[in-house]
Design a binder for this molecule. Structure first.
Ligand SMILES: *Cc1c(COP(=O)(O)O)cnc(C)c1O
Length: 393
């Protein structure tokens, strides 16, 4: 694949594995084993069966007729919101738990910010009867109490991170410390296309089911498997990479990635990484991240927990730099309004992350026959409180 990872774990200038020496054995084992395992026919058969019978795949490709009328093009929704547990995150969690089993791991760790990746991880650990430990900042545990309860109900142990700002980056540090201390029996499930190689490639491959299905479904709808546009929101970038994956080499397909501008790109409260960021190392890979002049990571802000991340995965950094994909941003206000519009035009309440992708439709200029696919990355149930507060229902 022209835009895929090379043998050294790089996408152009980005990627690699920038890790402390003590993590080297864990990451090296993954690097040596991951392709052998996930390309094995028995692995593929079990992965496909769980995606079908447990997750509920294929997720539908829905021709959104009222949206199509409003925006003057054929708009299709790829319905990841209909997956078990309500978003695309389960695709990756299933892939990684099957991989962990085949590596002989007895214990799973994960970190979570808003709790969504923690819930997906706790879910697959329950499915497989494997011990699950989720690290979560103490502040986030208070803010996301329902997800903490979900994880506990699923049998996971949630350990508060008590250092620093007591949020996601502190939870990540705790998880890494755990992994260094337990290299033999533990697998670390990372939730997006970030982290040291091979994680970005592995997670992209697990999520690529999204575009694989879309091509086939779009051909059934329109007679052509290639749309003019493919759009998705970007936090770390896993739903976008899954949505782009099988279209990357089809250069006629325009790829649009929507970041969170928060209160505005110049407000000091934003998560618009490609606009505000520069090249550097974050969470084990060389990528683009928001940082101060002396290289400190800047605290990001978005109303949407899933997009509130100071970097993007290295493959996105590459697609941005070489301009294969277009990176844009949407504010909190624009996203919330788009969430309401989707609810009332299509009867689908989207996750606020997804609402960012939907909001960018307002700024596009389509031709009448354009086919446009948007990844509906998740459902809005988890965000009802935020929508309610904003609209005063
Ligand atoms: C976590 C999440 C995202 C952002 O993560 P990516 O890795 O960028 O996909 C987007 N949408 C939903 C619904 C999420 O839960």
């Amino acid at each position: 694949m022209k835009y895929g990872v090379n043998d050294l774990g790089y996408y152009g200038d980005f990627g690699g594995a920038y890790i402390p020496e003590m993590l080297y054995p864990n990451v090296e084992q993954l690097r040596q084993e991951y392709l052998k395992i996930i390309e094995d026919p028995a692995f593929k058969a079990e992965f496909d069966e769980l995606l079908r019978d447990y997750v509920g795949r294929p997720s539908p490709l829905y021709h959104a007729k009222r949206y199509s009328e409003k925006y003057g093009a054929n708009i299709f929704f790829k319905r990841e919101d209909l997956n078990h547990t309500g978003s695309h995150k389960i695709n990756n969690a299933i892939g990684q738990i099957l991989l962990a089993q085949r590596l002989g791991k007895k214990r799973i760790i994960a970190e979570t910010g808003a709790g969504q990746h923690g819930v997906a991880t706790a879910t697959v650990c329950a499915l497989k009867g494997i011990e699950c430990i989720v690290y979560m900042g103490e502040v986030d545990m208070k803010r996301q109490a329902p997800n903490v309860a979900r994880m506990k109900m699923l049998g996971a142990k949630v350990i508060p991170a008590l250092s620093g700002s007591k949020t996601l980056k502190d939870a990540t540090n705790e998880a890494l410390r755990d992994w260094i201390g337990n290299p033999v029996d533990t697998h670390y499930i990372i939730g997006s296309v970030v982290g040291p190689y091979p994680y970005p490639d592995m997670v992209a491959k697990f999520q690529s089911i999204i575009s694989l299905e879309t091509k086939k479904q779009l051909k059934e709808h329109t007679g052509n498997e290639l749309p003019q546009y493919v759009m998705a929101c970007v936090g770390g970038g896993s739903n976008a990479m899954g949505m782009f994956y099988h279209f990357l080499d089809d250069e006629s397909v325009k790829l649009v990635a929507v970041e969170a501008a928060g209160k505005g790109v110049d407000s000091g409260e934003s998560a618009a990484t490609t606009f505000l960021g520069r090249e550097g190392v974050l969470h084990g890979s060389r990528t683009i991240l928001m940082q101060t002049d002396d290289g400190q990571v800047v605290e990001p802000y978005s109303i949407s927990a899933g997009l509130d991340y100071p970097g993007i995965g290295p493959q996105h950094a590459h697609l941005f730099k070489i301009k294969r994909a277009q990176y844009v941003s949407i504010t909190d206000d624009e996203a919330l309004k788009a969430g309401l519009l989707c609810s009332q035009l299509e009867g689908i309440i989207p996750a606020i992350e997804t609402s960012h992708a939907l909001a960018y439709l307002e700024k596009m200029h389509f031709k009448k026959d354009d086919n446009v696919v948007i990844c509906i990355s998740g459902r809005g149930d988890k965000d009802l409180d935020t929508y309610i507060k904003y609209f005063g229902y």
